[in-house]
Design a protein around this ligand. Structure first.
Ligand code: M6R
Length: 610
């Protein structure tokens, strides 16, 4: 949520900032702005809308200087407008700052400052920090930021980067609940909310820890703890490549990421499936502690929540331990029963989702063991957990999650079966069969991508002008229905609902008529026959049905208005294959409607506010 870039070096700062922001635009795209320091002070340029509007403005009114900060916004407080765009500046223009997060107690801070005569120019929560830093400044910028933080008693997750007109070789920053990474170059250094912004310049990075501050200058970066004591800076080399963060010839990141799924699954399996068993030694799980687990609770949001719903079925199937899935935003306030016999698994692509992070904190405070399934190395959620199974999907830039979802499913399958073996609920034979099935997945997804696109495109074209869709599935593929519906609504803006197949007759069947399409996910498995009955019930009411079925299913072929075939696989692996055509269906429907697939309206990739 919101992209941040800071630069100190020898290049023209605006170029570096715009380039960095273009890689972070997926984090927010309501407005953008930069502040650049030169001989005549801090100069700010901002524009509402996409980053390109700012780039056009900067072409007309170039800002020169080799130190700057830049921001791309996802509005929380105040409508998307130029005056609410970051950077925000102090009244005297000496301080400019950019912010990611929410200052929950900003009203008190604002009132305090207004009482002292400060005039606010925006409706944002952020602006009060610019005034506070200026107020605390007496020659040392880092101390001013620290003092402002102390005075503000900030509530909420926040990251701030600050520049001052008297400091031509320094930006300072703090990470408090929202990520920040420092890029180490030669005679130039960077700050960003995400490593992808830094890849064209450096792969040497320092991930700021929770509560840490940093002072970044042309010659280096110093890191400080929350008491402003300097601490060692751990420079790491990221193995992300610049290509991984670019479109690579695809029209959209989403399409590229859909096509990366075979390699993402392969990478997630690598080293974790041996000949006949699942090998999770890298997680350093403690078998004795795991054997004490009486309940498993899975927490996540959005698409990750749907993978966790599949996870519930997998854990109960492989371990026979009662498992519940909760939306993280609900979990916190639902008074969950948590104790030391409880294993909490937090699932997140970004590792920064505020709702998931807070739910995890609650579970840990109550004594639960914790594991995460996460895609972003070193992000906040894995840092909090006892162990993490990293999905190795690579950077996911499209706001609609695709490759992260299938790799989360693969992560769940391995974790559930691995735990099943530890607690003695999964047999060696079952594990061997599962491993065989897992190994085939990359090739099967590839085959699906190669074969089904034409049919899916045709189907998308036929139904693009429909206003409502129903997606149905059962057991392992009930969450597939939810995920398919979410994909369609978030990128095409067509209303879609996911439902458990068996629930149709309890109400939603009333919606069915001649033009109403239902996507029925009915692969081979113990619920297939029941799904076929559900499809028949819809057909009997003249509804249109698109069926996702296992190759060679003649009955499904006869019933379907459109048939999408997936390769034969174990039932518990079918959600991995069944979701792929649904991602494509959403993608082609959205592109045919001319939607901005990678940046759907009102959304942002990483939701770091509650
Ligand atoms: O980074 P996370 O997996 O924690 O994000 C959770 C959701 O915000 C995310 O899955 C969202 O629902 C996606 N846009 C769906 O495509």
């Amino acid at each position: 949520m919101c992209g941040i870039v800071g630069y100190v070096g020898y290049r023209e700062a605006t170029k570096v900032l715009i380039d960095g922001l273009s890689r972070l635009e997926y984090r927010g795209y309501d407005s953008a702005g930069v502040a650049v320091l030169n001989g005549s002070g801090l100069k700010v340029e901002r524009a509402v809308g996409r980053l390109n509007n700012l780039a056009i403005k900067l072409k007309e009114h170039p800002l020169t200087g080799t130190l700057g900060i830049g921001h791309t916004r996802w509005a929380t407080h105040g409508v998307p407008s130029e005056r609410n765009a970051h950077p925000h500046s102090s009244q005297d223009g000496s301080v400019s700052l950019i912010h990611n997060g929410i200052i929950e107690n900003y009203r008190e801070l604002k009132a305090e400052l207004q009482a002292k005569g400060v005039e606010f120019k925006s409706e944002t929560d952020t602006e009060c920090m610019a005034h506070l830093v200026a107020d605390c400044y007496s020659g040392d910028l880092l101390k001013a930021l620290h003092a402002a933080l102390t005075r503000a008693h900030l509530r909420g997750g926040n990251a701030l980067v600050v520049a001052h007109k008297n400091h031509p070789d320094q930006v300072v920053c703090v990470r408090r609940g929202s990520p920040l990474v420092i890029g180490i170059g030669k005679d130039e250094n960077f700050v960003a909310s995400d490593v992808t912004a830094l890849l064209p310049y450096t792969r040497r990075v320092i991930f700021l820890g929770e509560g840490e501050l940093a002072s970044v200058s042309r010659s280096g970066a110093k890191v400080y703890d929350e008491n402003l004591k300097e601490i060692p800076a751990h420079v790491e080399t990221t193995d992300l490549s610049i290509e991984a963060a670019e479109k690579g010839g695809f029209e959209h990141f989403m399409l590229k990421e859909i096509h990366e799924q075979p390699t993402a699954i392969e990478a997630t399996l690598r080293g974790r499936v041996a000949d006949s068993h699942i090998d999770l030694r890298e997680l350093n799980l403690d078998p004795a502690r795991l054997k004490q687990v009486k309940r498993i609770q899975l927490i996540a949001c959005g698409t990750s929540l749907y993978s966790a719903m599949v996870g519930k079925y997998l854990f109960e199937h492989f371990t026979r331990i009662p498992t519940e899935t909760s939306s993280a935003s609900e979990y916190r306030y639902a008074e969950p029963v948590i104790d030391k016999d409880c294993l909490v698994i937090a699932v997140s692509q970004s590792g920064e989702t505020a709702d998931t992070l807070e739910a995890l904190r609650l579970a840990k405070a109550a004594g639960a063991q914790s594991i995460s399934i996460c895609n972003v190395m070193g992000s906040s959620i894995p840092r909090l957990c006892d162990a993490t199974l990293y999905t190795r999907a690579g950077p996911e830039i499209g706001v609609a999650s695709t490759k992260a979802y299938v790799t989360q499913l693969v992560g769940f399958i391995m974790l559930a079966a691995g735990l099943g073996r530890i607690v003695g609920a999964t047999t060696e034979a079952a594990e061997r069969t599962l491993v065989n099935g897992l190994k085939q997945l990359p090739e099967q997804v590839k085959k699906l991508l190669d074969s089904d696109i034409v049919g899916v495109k045709r189907c998308a074209k036929r139904y693009q002008s429909v206003f409502n869709f129903m997606y149905i599935g059962r057991h392992f593929n009930f969450p597939t229905a939810l995920e398919g519906a979410l994909k369609l609504k978030e990128i095409s803006y067509i209303h879609a609902e996911g439902y458990a197949g068996g629930e149709m007759k309890h109400g939603p069947l009333a919606l069915v008529e001649g033009t109403f399409p239902t996507i029925a996910i009915a692969p081979k498995g113990k619920t297939r026959e029941k799904m076929i009955s559900n499809i028949q019930e819809i057909k009997a009411r003249k509804g249109v049905v698109v069926v996702v079925a296992t190759e060679g299913d003649q009955e499904a072929r006869e019933l379907a208005d459109y048939l999408i075939e997936i390769p034969e696989c174990l039932e518990e692996l079918s959600p991995v294959l069944a979701v792929v055509p649904l991602q494509l269906l959403a993608y082609y429907t959205a592109t045919q409607l001319g939607r901005d697939v990678d940046k759907p309206r009102n959304l942002a990739k990483s939701v770091t506010v509650e």
